[in-house]
Design a protein around this ligand. Sequence first.
Ligand SMILES: Nc1ncnc2c1ncn2[C@@H]1O[C@H](COP(=O)(O)OP(=O)(O)OP(=O)(O)O)[C@@H](O)[C@H]1O
Ligand SMILES: [Mg+2]
Length: 386
Amino acid sequence: MNEGQMTDGKRRVGVVGAGQLARMMEQAAIPLDIELVLLAADAHDGAAQVVPEVIVGSPDDPAALRQLAERVDVLTFDHELVDPETLAALEADGHQVWPSSATMALAQNKRRQRAELGAAGFPIPAFANVESVADIVTFAETHGWPVVVKASRGGYDGRGVWIVRDADQAKAVWDDAQAHGTVLLVEEFLPLERELAVIVARNPSGETAVYPAIETVQRDGVCNELKIPLLGDEAHAAEAERIAREIATTIGAVGILAVEFFVSRGTLLVNELAPRPHNSGHWTIEGAQTSQFEQHLRAVLDLPLGATGLNGAAVATINVLGPQDGSDPRDRLADALRLPGAHVHFYGKGARPGRKLGHVTVVGDDLNEAFARAQDAASVLQGESR
Ligand SMILES: Nc1ncnc2c1ncn2[C@@H]1O[C@H](COP(=O)(O)OP(=O)(O)OP(=O)(O)O)[C@@H](O)[C@H]1O
Ligand SMILES: [Mg+2]
């Protein structure tokens, strides 16, 4: 027990990063009287606006991470981009870091994810590491054009993913990556029938809890729409849930682990892992018996995990993106709240065209109806005619 716990019995969780995930973690922390302490890059970040205890500093600064670790019972994350070696040093000094430095290292390296998941027998797309432009061309000659070239580290929301159609485009992507010091891999371009995601939680005692597999719909590389339950593909849903649980156990994940899947040519393949609450789990706040944010806190504190069943027959979640005209969806809140059952979440971010500013969830009896209502609310907030 650290000093904090001895004085007032509160549990303290340090969160590296202060974006919307940390903000929604705070919402889950309040009823359990868990105190969050943030390491925020900027005092105005979404979570820094709502959490009283904030250290302003860089996630790249080992001293700031240590300062955070010393104030809390366990350190966790709102994003992946933290140096695993700094985290390993904190672990060696007896600090609890969940997910562990090893899980964080795996999460931020798509090459290693592919290699290790493949070696462990999980189904993955054909891929190769790229050390020269010739590696892209050779891979394409075997697997066919186009191919998908990815940054091994640092990509998110489709930034760092390039569809490459010929040798000229391969050279352009390669030259640009060289200029930025970006490490690349190449994989087959898959005809995607569907994309699924499974949120699984695991605590240090080894208990796991799996949420139902869901379908995610990406627009311009951003995961934009969630529909629950997954209809018409029960076999892949069950397989995805089984694989996600196995991956969490195999890699020793602690906290929430989001596993993204492709369904291509009738086959389920693992796309990537994210060891934290995830965009594809936002539906759980109102739609599941335990939200992914509460589940993450339970898991990293080694508390019993909560039930993962649905709160209704159907749940739909849709992102609210910044409108092209630069207007602010918060100005249209009243119109959205007139729509029955629309749960509006804003992330405390300034409006910029295309920026993810929030989401809307509707829980209902019928998926099409819930989806239509969530769509209505998102459209209203984005100032679109319905
Ligand atoms: N090999 C592939 N074949 C076809 N489409 C792909 C392939 N890899 C990625 N995509 C498409 O690009 C999207 C983003 O890819 P990926 O998940 O690897 O990148 P990311 O930027 O790390 O993801 P995120 O959007 O989850 O942050 C996928 O969800 C999928 O729609
Ligand atoms: Mg992804």
